[in-house]
Write a protein that binds this ligand. Sequence first.
Ligand code: SF4
Ligand code: SF4
Length: 590
Amino acid sequence: MNTKSKLLTGNEAIARGAWEAGVTVAAAYPGTPSTEILESLSTYDQVYAQWSVNEKVALEIASGASMEGARTLVAMKHVGLNVAADPFMTLAYTGVGGGLVIVTADDPAMHSSQNEQDNRYYALMAKVPLLEPSDSQEAKQYVIEAFRLSEKYDTPVLLRTTTRVSHSKSEVELLPRLDRIKPEYAKDSSKYVMIPGYGRPRRTNLINRWNRLAAHAENSPLHYIYRPACSQAPEVGMVTSGISYQYAREVFTGIDILKLGITCPLPQKLIQGFARGKKLLLVAEELEPFLEDQIKALGLGVEVAGKQYFPQQGELSLAIMKEAYTQLFGSRGQSPFSPAPQEVPSRPPVLCAGCSHRPVFYVLHKLKVRVMGDIGCYSLAVLPPLNAMDSLLCMGAGVGQALGMEKANPDIKGKVVSVIGDSTFFHSGITSLVDSVYNQGTGVIIILDNRTTAMTGHQANPGMGSTLQKEQVPVVLPEKIAEAAGVKNIQVVDPYQLEQLEKVIKKELARDELSVIVCRQECVLLKKEGIQERFFIDQAVCRDCGVCLKFGCPAIQVRKGKYLIDGIMCTSCGVCPSLCKFGAIKREGR
Ligand code: SF4
Ligand code: SF4
């Protein structure tokens, strides 16, 4: 590898591309698989990068910076675009000042998400161009091209990655940063103020722009046709994009492949030309038949197939490609690829030993209340042995769901709580808290404040007193927000104090008014003081009842019928002695 190239993940390559393109402002809310884009971009000079409280705000910040002439990048996971959909759809009308690129990182197979949506349809609905890179080099190159397109056509541009592109590493050529002069701000109300009188002509403008983008897409250098030296089946052609192309190239080695770089608007004439002389076009894509349906609608006079060979859920894989290959060409030659057996043992996810969320869910389970949950590490509390979550819909939804439940059935008073993390509270819990105050909810809202955005890798949030770029800033406390919203009953507790925690939850559940309980304890993975005390189970006292296992701490184990604490895993949170009514769980030296 020469000195001007580097191995980068797709996310790091996107950050590099943004820097090379001259981006000066970037915003995001962390979410797998997109998180590392902003983390990486924040380390470059000449870039202001921030975590926003949610994706909608991130896009609004980008919009303002773009009006000011800056090149601006916004990154989010696929469901984040749902949150940002409101400004996104109208941004397509107003267009941009400086180039504005939105990265949507889709998550086929739901590795770390609550659904498996295919965000290419957002591009189609908004009439916004969509680029799909298939490796890190393309990720970088496509970002730069996306900024060029954004400014040339006065439009936001979507860059869609999927998990494998976001997280896989490949070689990327490094180039210098573009020496770009930011244009002066020019007031233009008819472009940026979308009252109906100005919005209608912008709609006409949007449609005209779409037609020009379609013509551009036909001749884009981002498309590529792979033709094998020796064709195995000249009557078959494959159309693909993104990571699907990489799988296709490894398995369908003897087939013509049209790899699309811009998939929205679809380059119809290019596809028509590629289909000429073929009998079958095979469309390989993850999730929805986005390309397949549009290609079928072209009426090419050839058979078009896709989802009959490739699944509509989950990620594609070499094994799936091989299966499709065998179905099509079983007796006509062999693909050189043979999938390796997968022998990775499955491990159920579990809250860490000493996690401060565990005592809260242990108590809620014990009290047999309904728990309207939210997105965060604590969603694992739905699993045994805690089994303590009744819902998980989307960021911030639990608080509203609890209020809705209470309004539908006044008899559940005192039997329902909503649980939300600190970062999720800042993301979209504040508005539902205000709604609960306004509409006289009487439930209990528990805010799990572990002083970080733990699930995505410990990113900063407004409650931490520091920014993405490590500046010290004032701490925003959820209890102060609750107080300002008019909540009268606010408690701040240490969730490691199990008995006190249970007492407080019971007391607040008994009220006829809304309560907020902030359970504050730093995420165990961030604790710097290390192991303070050793805990063990005294075998002479233990009755082998197994009650302590119901707490779900992975450090409490049963081996050869004996209950014990694994000293390597134990983080000395100190909660478990109060679980054993026989006093068998002890601190060392006592
Ligand atoms: S709860 Fe106490 S007695 Fe029961 S298994 Fe655990 S340590 Fe032993
Ligand atoms: S003190 Fe007990 S509950 Fe806490 S981590 Fe150790 S074994 Fe688990």
